[in-house]
Ligand binder design. Sequence first.
Ligand code: SAH
Ligand code: SF4
Ligand code: F3S
Length: 449
Amino acid sequence: MSDAEKTDRTEKRVFVKTFGCQMNEYDSFRIIKMLESHGYTRAESYKDADCILLNTCTVRQKAEDKVYSELGRIKKIKRSKPDLIIGVGGCLGQQEGRNLIKKYPYIDLVFGTQSMSRLPDMLAEAAENSATDTRIDYNDSIYPHADYTVAPGQTGSFISIMQGCDNYCAYCIVPYVRGRERSRTPEDILTEIRSLVRSGVKEITLLGQNVNSYGKGLEPGVSFPDLLAAINAVRGLERVRFVTSHPKDLSDDLIACFGDLDKVCEHIHLPLQSGSNEILQKMNRKYSRRDYLKKIDSLRLVKPGISITSDIIVGFPGETEQDFQDTVDIINDIRFTDLFIFHYTDRKGTKAATHPEKIPYDVKIKRLKILNDIQRDISHDINKQHIGRIEHVLFDGVSKKASSLLAGRTRTNIVVNCKGGSADLLGQIHPVKITRANIHSLSGELVVD
Ligand code: SAH
Ligand code: SF4
Ligand code: F3S
């Protein structure tokens, strides 16, 4: 056996599977980088792995169910490979703690959303003895500063600028599993962005449950528009995006950034949740239908053509036919570029879970379908308006439809599949003439000058 083969055999290979939101993707990215600095390498699949870590989500019942069914799959792998270490972390880990090990005894360790720094120790201990371990106590410092590189060819990167949420929307588990809101310092964020840009990243997406309230508690004080202005000045960076914005905290200063800062892309995800004032109040969203419409007008005044996307929950407890109709009306009125529509599910420990007026499942699904049908037509109509126009597309890969097409995104975040380009254009922005509109994407041809 060669020396290289011997080294390979002593290396621990880890596979991290991510569920849920972009913040979890960022956490998984950090987990991998941290474990690499402790001598681990990345496994390509479950089959090659010595440890499997699931970074989980519990925001809706379906998200939780996906984790449980994955645990079923992993149980079979563990049976044929008893030394395999299995760890479950993230939001479901935080919520369930030791209960997970009680229910699924083949899990070796459970870690929470703010105890990720313990992972190297926990994994080393799990490899030495078979005792199970749970660490879900909050005490990691918020994303300590790090210089990161990305794989060659990667053009975009997420970066969490804050953690947690203080809003306690009545349906939402996030404040319970992610803890109180904490912001990273602008210095840490800028250092990380500069290092990503040096390694080839052109587009950054800033992440937080409510980025509009970024900076609370930082000394000296800094607002989200201040942070955006500083990021806009980073040389080599081409585009900046951010999610998610809470309508109640969307300030005039932030709206002005869409007009003033050239790298801030013309897209905002602004979750509405419901078009009914009564439901918004029961949800504890702290804005009215009118407040929301006013913000939309201001955004469109500052940046005509801005793409606005949103989240809607149907079937919140007590939602009447009239409440639902209010949502239908506001969707027809605003005409979002795209919508993520969810049917309400109870989350343990939230206020809405105790609400007695639950909506039957079939009514929720009927409402979901009505909204999906309305939105499909609106999205298609909006996309059709692009036909014949020139869009600037940042190419980030090959099309899922055909390997001869390049894929990229417009500044408004619409996917474009493009003819006439070649792989040497990846990571670059080029003009594309749009020739066809689908519901969720555009097709076009490279403009050659
Ligand atoms: N912080 C973001 C998003 C959080 S979760 C925000 O404030 O909007 C993403 C989306 O999941 C929410 O916008 C909401 O539409 C949906 N969601 C959250 N809890 C839910 C529940 N219990 N049932 C159904 N949908 C839910
Ligand atoms: Fe959940 Fe509301 Fe916080 Fe968003 S703002 S994470 S919906 S509590
Ligand atoms: Fe899910 Fe946690 Fe994100 S519950 S949506 S992974 S913050």
